[in-house]
Ligand binder design. Structure first.
Ligand code: MSP
Length: 664
């Protein structure tokens, strides 16, 4: 074990039901930065992520595709792993709840709880919706009907196993009230205590008999284990519990922090600790419930125009920029709104202007005035002390913020140093010093201080943006080692004389925002993602009803209403696909030649995943005809075609009318 000790951080395990959007990646990016930061500090880190693969929804989706659940899952899980690769998520372990060891260990945990008497057999009574195969409590019903499909429900009772949550009510209350930092931010503590614990916890129904795709109760296999029990257990089964408790489990448990979205805080701060208490296992040190990234006009899963596909954003701006944006723009505990414009403005101001310019100006001046060599002047300017003091103080402030999972202000502390260093250039005016031979020593000092300040910035940004750090080190002739290490940011003045700087491309090219917004709007076909859904594979106990309400109420606002005049601005026409080919530089895009009446148009569309080019020729589609032309990956696109998508499949809107006909 390292001298600093161990650090165990987890993300929620993801539903592999469809494509992940940037909202999902928020938790993982944050966990990744924490893991990198702790490693940089010298901790022995375990960073766990994975997938939550059981339940009726998965079974249904797989069935709809004519696949066995595992076959369907293997493909989607591979896609999720690919995404984490593209996003450079440095997890140490990836758990799937269908992994044999997990299933076996969950069964052992269930058995332990049963033997102890904390799980018992009883009868569940509730309202059942047959088409949805879902149980609901009275309070969840809408007009006495199923809240999902609006159909009649019937009072049903079934044999089921229950977990004695009520037994742990007092200990849970004590945990919230007396264990500092257990649930954060503080606002979530009050919500849990006042809305769930104090009104009284009921025993939780933890099995289901109406579907098979789950972990069977070992001694009564017609029941499968409630998916939340199964899913939450991943945090310890991944470490070996309860089979092997001397290895990773002894080293890493209790977890330092479970990072979760706010809608699943209740599961992590009530059900999970109660299970652990029943098993005589310590509870995690902290559960942090972060806010949601939402869209102004609707749910992220229904995004039109705003690009919420992380791969598209990384493709255009790079992984460092996306990670920086997500953690700088939004305050971790709170909700925030995503738009393309917010993204582009943030990248321009902080990355292209503040940091990018600082590095390129400094390198250019060292090349111009000192032949590219870093020299240590012996003169002192009136501005050096405040620069070096801030540079040395910054690491402490960043650590304090990061230890509180306050990523945004941690970055802001680093950027205070970036901006202070830019100001130092203005204060010392190196170009004026360069004109006077007597000021050569002062000029050397100034250029050295600039380089040294940049070195400290580059060490501090490495948990967030390792590529940018490395690009800076290359430009300043630094090898990775003592001078780039996290702790090297504590001392100003470590940079040796004689290093050779080399000019390189801009770290972050300035974005032409209006132009880029147009391109993004044209790219902005719907990006599908799973709807946030209450796990309803097991009958839902009463307190879940409250949770469902809160999960729904965090939802995004409905799209704004438009008038008929607004709608009339969109010109829709029937167009025939006369030719179609793949885009030479983008796998996802097809280039279509469309004939609308007399006119032939070229439209680039992100539908190649769903259609072979030849299959589209001859089809009549609906063209948005008065959309401004843009270039997509270098190919002109004039208009767009309409389609309906649900995540797994996509249907083109077609109509059997002559090409050129106006659609209204
Ligand atoms: N499978 C459960 C977790 C079980 S953990 C024992 C689950 N999965 S999920 O795929 O729906 O969500 C994974 C994470 O993504 C959650 O933390 C959720 O809050 C987060 N996000 C999904 N959409 C989000 C936003 N739009 N914004 C921020 N995070 C959101 O829940």
């Amino acid at each position: 074990m390292s001298a600093k000790g161990s650090f165990y951080i987890t993300t929620p395990i993801y539903y592999p039901s469809s494509k992940l959007h940037i909202g999902h990646t928020y938790t993982t990016v944050a966990a990744d930065v924490m893991a990198r930061y702790k490693r940089a500090q010298g901790f022995d880190v375990m960073f766990l992520t994975g997938t939550d693969e059981h339940g009726q929804k998965i079974e249904n989706v797989a069935k709809a595709q004519g696949k066995a659940p595992k076959e369907f899952l293997d493909k989607v899980v591979a896609e999720i792993k690919d995404l984490w690769k593209v996003m450079e998520i440095s997890y140490d372990k990836f758990i799937r709840t269908t992994d044999d060891y997990h299933e076996r260990r969950v069964q052992m945990m269930f058995e332990k709880l049963y033997e102890k008497g904390d799980i018992y057999k009883g009868t569940y009574e509730g309202m059942y919706c047959t088409p949805c195969e879902s149980f609901w409590t009275e309070s969840q019903l809408v007009d006495h009907k199923c809240p999902d499909c609006g159909r009649e429900v019937t009072k049903t009772s079934e044999e089921a196993y229950f977990f004695k949550m009520s037994k742990y009510q007092d200990r849970l209350l004590d945990l919230f009230e007396n264990v500092e930092g257990f649930a954060e931010p503080k606002s979530r503590v009050n919500e849990m205590v006042n809305n769930f614990i104090k009104p009284g916890l009921e025993d939780l129904c933890v099995t289901r008999t109406s579907f098979d795709w789950g972990i069977p109760v070992p001694f009564d296999p017609k029941h499968v284990i409630y998916v939340w029990l199964d899913a939450l257990s991943n945090y310890v089964t991944a470490l070996g519990y309860p089979e092997e408790v001397d290895g990773d489990f002894a080293k890493f448990w209790p977890a330092d922090v479970h990072l979760v979205g706010k809608e699943i805080v209740r599961f992590h701060t009530i059900i999970w600790p109660a299970m652990l208490m029943a098993l005589d296992v310590p509870v995690p040190k902290k559960v942090f419930g972060h806010g949601w990234i939402l869209l102004e006009g609707g749910k992220m899963s229904k995004s039109k125009g705003n690009i919420v596909d992380p791969v598209v954003l990384i493709d255009r701006y790079g992984v460092d920029a996306l990670k920086y944006f997500l953690l700088r723009e939004y305050s971790f505990g709170q909700d925030g709104i995503f738009t393309n414009e917010v993204l582009l403005n943030r990248l321009n101001s902080d990355l292209a202007n503040d940091l990018g310019n600082l590095v390129s100006r400094t390198v250019a001046m060292i090349e111009k005035y000192n032949g590219g060599v870093i020299k240590k002047g012996s003169a002192v300017t009136a501005f050096d002390a405040s620069l070096s003091a801030l540079a040395e103080e910054t690491i402490g402030k960043v650590e304090e913020r990061l230890d509180k999972l306050d990523f945004s202000t941690a970055l802001d502390e680093i950027w205070k140093l970036v901006r202070r260093t830019n100001k130092y250039i203005d204060e010392t005016s190196p170009w004026a010093l360069a004109k006077d031979e007597h000021q050569k020593d002062v000029l050397d000092t100034v250029l050295y201080n600039l380089a040294e300040s940049i070195r400290i910035v580059s060490a501090l940004i490495q948990p967030f943006m390792i590529h940018t750090s490395r690009k800076i080190w290359t430009q300043f002739g630094l090898e990775e080692g003592d001078l780039t290490h996290w702790d090297s940011a504590r001392s100003f003045g470590l940079l040796p004389e004689g290093l050779q700087v080399t000019k390189a491309e801009a770290l972050f090219p300035r974005i032409d925002v209006p132009k880029e917004l147009e391109s993004l709007a044209a790219l902005g076909a719907p990006v599908e993602a799973p709807e946030k859904e209450e796990k309803k594979e097991a009958p839902v106990p009463k307190e879940n009803a409250k949770d469902k309400a809160s999960a729904d109420s965090h939802g995004a606002p409905q799209p704004a209403e438009i008038s008929i005049d607004d709608f009339a601005k969109v010109q829709l026409k029937v167009a025939e696909v006369v030719a179609c080919e793949r885009h030479p530089n983008a796998d996802k895009l097809l280039i279509l030649q469309l004939k609308a009446g007399e006119e032939t148009r070229q439209v680039v569309s992100g539908i190649s995943k769903f259609f072979e080019p030849e299959a589209l020729v001859g089809r009549k589609v609906i063209l948005v005809a008065n959309l401004k032309a843009v270039k997509l990956r270098g190919v002109e696109s004039h208009g767009m075609i309409l389609a309906a998508a649900d995540g797994e499949s996509l249907g083109l809107l077609t109509v059997d009318m002559p090409s050129g006909t106006t659609v209204s």
